[in-house]
Design a protein around this ligand. Structure first.
Ligand code: NAP
Length: 385
């Protein structure tokens, strides 16, 4: 793997003795949350109970998908992922309804902790009261924006720094990359020579999908913001082209790059990009609805033509990655192998210091960063010492 890191140096990762800093939701938020919408509390370091571990967080994953479960001020966009009628099953409802309110600890992973694959942080065990772990182990399992955290051992995975760099558990083999892997393998039904468009192409999901599609011989057109991300998408991820959504007429560019139309739209953003891409799907085309990042802030809303779905016999597939948890081991094995063979690139955009977490989430929600998986480093990574 050619693993890369862009580092935003916005803070430090110096911990204070005996102090646990915790970001909490400060108030309902309009648009993209800013640092003033949270409050940073200092508490004492918690004690683990039976079956639990005390961990020092090292890396925290940042993803735009957390925004729909944060409280909105005023207008509330239709992005909460909740089926208004019709249940998927009871456990899904429990995950999807777990919204945050003012005063709650800010999350990086899923709460309640449904499984070991839905954490948001990588850290090091300080004290274990679970037979499967010991002090010094590196683990994937924290779920909150804080220095120290008590986690349930049963909802935590031990990670091996000899196998992959520990932060890869949030990036290359993390939940977003798994989402791309599941979405591509399960739903795209891609055939060599077909044309796929992918939005948020330089992001954590997009990086994985592009490389899988190129390995199978598709024509891949990314959409991203800015020249730097577009260069990354074409030159390093291998897409055939990348449209800069901030400067280009997306529809006209698609007509130029794919004059016969598009077979698959792997959509991470919805919003204003939906119409120009959806309208260019070919008969029997597929729209894979992975995310709605353009709508999470309440600025944009998408709609699609029912007549076109019928007339062109289109297939529209939404999915929620947690439904495919049983495939996580296969995913990790597949991607680790590609990494060892040097067949995959995965970039991290690293922010330094717990203080920078609000800025990191704002960047993820606006796209204003250089691409890659956004991660906040909150303490020393001694696995690299
Ligand atoms: N279905 C599932 O189970 C599942 C699981 C995990 C994640 N997701 C979703 O998958 C999507 C991608 O996740 P990720 O972690 O890889 O995020 P990401 O790509 O790292 O970040 C989101 C990106 O969306 C783009 N964006 C933001 N506002 C936009 C706008 N107004 N118009 C167009 N693009 C805009 C930005 O990219 P550019 O500025 O480069 O365009 C931004 O970087 C998200 O919507 C996420 O919620 C779904």
């Amino acid at each position: 793997m050619s693993e890369q890191q862009a580092v935003e140096r916005k803070g430090t990762w110096r911990l204070k003795d005996g102090v646990n800093r915790i970001w909490r939701i400060g108030r309902p938020m309009a648009g993209i949350p800013t640092v003033d919408d949270y409050r940073l509390e200092e508490a004492s370091v918690p004690q683990p109970g039976e079956g639990q571990l005390l961990i020092r967080n090292i890396y925290i994953a940042i993803a735009p998908g957390i925004r729909p479960i944060m409280p909105y001020a005023g207008f509330e966009p239709e992005v909460s992922n909740q089926p208004s009628k019709g249940r998927v099953d009871a456990s899904d409802d429990e995950i999807l309804m777990s919204h945050m309110t003012v005063g709650d600890r800010m999350r990086s992973g899923m709460v309640p902790s449904m499984s070991p694959h839905t954490g948001g942080n990588v850290g090091r065990v300080i004290e274990s009261r679970h037979p499967g772990f010991k002090a010094g182990d590196y683990v994937f399992g924290g779920r909150f924006w804080q220095d120290f955290e008590v986690v349930d051992g049963d909802a935590t995975l031990r990670v091996d720094p000899e196998d992959l760099p520990i932060e890869a558990n949030l990036g290359m083999v993390g939940l977003s990359a798994f989402t791309g892997w599941v979405g591509y393998r399960r739903f795209c039904e891609a055939k060599p020579g077909e044309t796929m468009v992918i939005s948020a192409a330089a992001g954590a999901v997009g990086m994985m999908v592009i490389q899988m599609a190129k390995a199978e011989g598709l024509q891949v057109i990314g959409i991203a913001s800015g020249a730097e991300k577009c260069r990354f998408v074409t030159e390093e991820l291998g897409a055939d082209a990348c449209i800069d959504r901030l400067t280009a007429d997306v529809g006209a560019e698609l007509d130029r790059l794919a004059p016969k139309g598009i077979d698959i739209y792997f959509d991470n953003v919805a919003g204003n990009l939906m119409t120009p891409v959806f309208d260019r799907l070919k008969p029997f085309g597929r729209l894979i609805v992975c995310g709605m990042a353009a709508e999470y802030n309440g600025f944009e809303q998408s709609s699609i033509s029912t007549g076109m779905i019928l007339g062109k016999r289109l297939r529209i597939q939404g999915f929620v990655v947690t439904d495919y948890e049983s495939e996580n081991d296969a995913f990790r094995a597949d991607v680790s192998k590609m990494w060892r063979e040097g067949k995959i690139t995965y970039k991290h955009h690293m922010y330094n210091g717990l203080e920078s977490a609000p800025d990191a989430l704002a960047a993820s929600l606006s796209g204003a960063y250089a691409g890659g998986k956004i991660i906040v480093q909150v303490s020393e990574d001694d696995s690299k010492a």
